[in-house]
Write a protein that binds this ligand. Structure first.
Ligand code: HEM
Length: 426
């Protein structure tokens, strides 16, 4: 198979400069090489899909499998959904690594436990968490919003939802911190953190199963719900429940950190849009908040590339032949800026209506946690802008660095300043 001849040299991918602003490069790819073969920093060759219509089609194409066993590569390169340490064997049986019919069965079971109602009932807790975290730095006049806000909020939220006891949540925070800081490889501290988290979850599930009352409590946690969920008399095994809890934690953590981080950054660097949102919030109108969070997901979303897919047979996409066994990476960040789908795609418009972005994916692997992510994103941004109304960046945006890693797009730090607000500690 040969690449198309390019009129101009292909811009560099995956450098620090690219990471700071990948959008011009993605525009070039959409125009000149919409299904583009590249060598990833890991040395693995993969196809990048950058146009909206092709991306949407690829995300829902049953010929593209999520099972890494279909990857036509030496074993050492297999098993990458972007989750560090996942090669730890039994974590492999999670939703993002399997196809129907197994995927259908597991997704149906988890959907019975992880309902929109459970998420809606969780709203007051998310608000309490956001307020508590802001209380911690409001009086200081400066903060790093990634470490003090975007990072702890989702980890405590998901721990609470799963039913991890409060006294153990700081351990989770440390393990997750290790994974997010050094993600992308199963070595050393990351592998140890994943192992500890996995061991802890297995043990917690075992204990909860033993103590499960016959009838569900109204406030029952998600792990108990997962254990209880059944489909035609079938339950999750303890292993499946542990892998499920892990993927919920993992998929729901760094993504939400990035939504809060990238979202706040976009607002602080687009003063007119930010002012518009603050005015709406002050008037008690949350409509712009809802469309605004969707727009922030489209404009600079947390997941730059969808997780790995592998062609199970030869596939032609946008005229490009893809061989069986080839990995396909759908570039959500490129698709969501496609001018063939979105008017003025490089403009941040918090009131954008026609906004069917791919930030949560598409098809059978569409984000299971989207209602929770929306809740956390909306509460986190609204609380921040309301409580610290003159929030501003405390650094030159060009100085900000992104975290490494192929799949996710997020900032390492986000230093801000504001007029200190005294907080009465309860
Ligand atoms: C799947 C994005 C938050 C749980 C996905 C996918 C995307 C995504 C793009 C599909 C990946 C693919 O097809 O390759 C996001 C974003 C979030 C977010 C942008 C935050 C803003 C969450 C939360 C949870 C969660 C809070 C749960 C607590 C999941 C799960 C899947 C998934 C379990 C796999 C679903 C399946 O394979 O059937 N997410 N996610 N996500 N997400 Fe999210």
């Amino acid at each position: 198979m040969t690449d198309r001849p390019h009129a101009q040299p292909v811009p560099s991918l995956f450098t620090w400069e690219f990471a700071a602003d990948p959008y011009p490069t993605y525009a070039w790819l959409r125009e000149n090489s919409p299904v583009h073969r590249t060598t990833l920093p890991s040395g693995v060759e993969a196809w990048l899909v950058t146009r909206y219509a092709d991306a949407r089609q690829a995300l829902a194409d049953p010929r593209l499998s999520k099972n890494p066993a279909h990857h036509d590569e030496p074993a050492h390169a297999k098993g990458k959904t972007g989750i560090p340490g996942e090669r730890g064997a039994d974590l492999m049986t999670h939703l993002l690594n399997i196809d129907p019919p197994d995927h259908t069965r597991l997704r149906r079971l988890v959907s019975k436990a992880f309902t929109p109602r459970r998420v809606a009932e969780f709203a007051p807790r998310v608000q309490e968490l956001a307020d508590h975290l802001i209380d911690g730095f409001a009086g200081r006049g400066e903060a790093d919003l990634i470490h003090e806000y975007a990072f702890p909020l989702p980890i405590y939220a998901i721990c609470d939802l799963l039913g991890v006891p409060r006294e153990d949540q700081d351990d989770f925070r440390d393990w997750a911190g290790m994974m997010i800081r050094h993600g992308g490889g199963p070595r050393g501290g990351v592998a140890r953190s994943v192992k500890k988290m996995r061991g802890y979850l297995a043990d917690l599930i075992h204990r909860k199963r033993a103590a499960l009352p016959a009838e569900p409590d109204p406030g029952e946690d998600l792990i108990s719900g997962l254990i209880r969920a059944s489909d035609h008399g079938e339950h999750l095994t303890e292993n499946e429940a542990a892998a499920m809890a892990f993927i919920l934690l993992f998929a729901g953590f760094e993504t939400t950190v990035n939504l809060i981080g990238n979202g706040t950054f976009a607002l602080l660097t687009h003063p007119e849009e930010r002012a518009r949102l603050q005015t709406a919030l002050a008037a008690g109108d949350r409509g712009l908040l809802a469309t605004g969070v969707e727009e922030l997901l489209r404009f600079d979303g947390p997941v730059e590339l969808a997780t790995w897919r592998y062609a199970t047979r030869p596939v032609t996409l946008a005229g490009q032949q893809i061989s069986a066994g080839d990995p396909v990476l759908v570039v959500l960040a490129a698709a969501d800026r496609d001018p063939a789908r979105f008017a003025d795609p490089d403009t941040l418009d918090l009131a954008r209506r026609d906004n069917q972005h791919l930030g949560y994916g598409h098809g059978i692997h569409y984000c299971l946690g989207a209602p929770l992510a929306r809740l956390e994103g909306q509460v986190a941004l609204a609380t921040l802008l309301t409580r610290l109304p003159d929030l501003q960046l405390a650094t030159d945006p060009a100085e900000l660095r992104r975290r490494g890693g192929l799949i996710m797009r997020g900032l390492r730090t986000l230093p801000v300043s504001y007029t200190p607000v005294s907080v009465e500690r309860k």
